[in-house]
Design a protein around this ligand. Structure first.
Ligand SMILES: [Zn+2]
Length: 355
């Protein structure tokens, strides 16, 4: 009889101590709103724990033995969940980097389990800033069309429409370097882009050529060496705007400019080329493109920017057909839709390639 009481007491002790030193994860739940993602671990007992946060991993080390009741569910952010029962560590491996993880404990209540809550952000959403630069303005009217249309008015009309369309997309902030008929030095334009923390810079223009048959869209990115004589001449014409403001940018020696092209700049030029490729893909469907659409030249307005930048010549004011199109609302709409699509695709591509 004595022995059996001892035995019963021993069993009770074992049960109690087991209760004290072990807990069980009974459920694993997920929740989220627009911004915050949440993982909830339901436990049958209150626990104490410490945690370690890594870029793509969270470790929870329990102070008592831990077990899992049912196989753990995963959500699509999680690559794996592992419990090391010996080390008492639960490891959550995420597919992508998680931001601002916040881990806290909610004690057991009458009808509720003890809970460990993990909140995190999937990504930190910051609106991309697009700076649109309607070329010329004020005393600098730019090219004059065969119907006497002024380049400065066309660039402003397209710039305003493009801003409207990009804002309506919802993912971007847009800054226009000018929203009225005013004269801006080229350096003022780049200063606006820098001050606005621009993610990309798009300068809008319309070209002219002695050969009246030349027509189509062309896209330019910055280069110290122009891709051909025409591109060099165009850069001279576009850069001339600053002579009107008595600023001569042509005196930067090539030695100095070469030094300026550091690695960052090369990367920026690289990015600019990617942006141009997305633009060409969009324009190709419904627009006339100049042969060798992507050209390079030393545009002052694209210089000194460590922001991916492209200059779009939307057509030739010297060509009858183009000059008609350049004042046509439908053409403006098409151009702006194409530019917006290219911007969206460029940033999607960039995001995919950044992790
Ligand atoms: Zn121009």
């Amino acid at each position: 009889m004595k022995v059996s009481i001892k035995f019963v007491l021993y069993i009770i002790f074992l049960l109690c101590s087991n209760e004290l030193i072990s807990a069980e994860i009974v459920d694993f739940r997920f929740g989220s709103n627009a911004e915050i993602k949440r993982i909830v671990l339901d436990l049958n007992e209150d626990v104490t724990f410490s945690n370690k946060k890594f870029k793509k991993k969270i470790e929870i080390k329990f102070d008592k033995n831990i077990s899992i009741k049912n196989p753990l569910k995963k959500n699509n952010h999680l690559a794996s969940i592992k419990l090391d029962e010996n080390l008492k560590i639960l490891t959550l491996n995420f597919k992508k980097v998680i931001h601002n993880p916040n881990i806290y404990f909610l004690k057991k209540k009458k009808n509720k389990h003890s809970r460990i809550v993990i909140d995190y952000l999937n990504k930190i959403e910051k609106k991309k800033v697009i700076v649109i630069d309607p070329g010329h303005g004020g005393k600098d009217s730019g090219a004059v069309g065969v119907r006497k249309q002024l380049e400065k008015n066309i660039t402003l009309a397209v710039g305003r429409l493009l801003k409207k369309k990009i804002i309506a997309n919802g993912k971007f902030d847009v800054v226009l370097t000018r929203n009225k008929d005013i004269y801006l030095k080229l350096r003022q334009r780049t200063r606006i882009a820098k001050k606005s923390n621009a993610d990309i810079f798009i300068s809008l223009h319309a070209d002219y050529n002695k050969n009246k048959r030349t027509r189509g869209i062309s896209l330019y990115t910055l280069s110290e060496n122009a891709s051909d004589k025409e591109a060099a001449a165009l850069a001279r014409r576009e850069n001339k705007s600053d002579f009107l403001g008595n600023v001569d940018l042509s005196d930067e020696s090539s030695e100095v400019t070469n030094i300026l092209i550091d690695l960052t700049k090369r990367e920026t030029l690289n990015q600019s080329s990617h942006l141009v490729n997305f633009l060409i893909k969009e324009f190709k469907n419904d627009m006339n493109l100049l042969q060798r659409t992507h050209r390079f030249a030393g545009f002052a307005v694209l210089k000194s920017l460590d922001i991916p930048s492209v200059l779009i010549e939307m057509g030739y004011l010297s060509n009858k057909n183009d000059s008609k199109l350049l004042t046509d609302k439908n053409y403006h709409n098409k151009i702006c839709d194409d530019i917006l699509n290219a911007i969206v695709k460029y940033f999607n591509w960039k995001e995919k390639n950044s992790i």
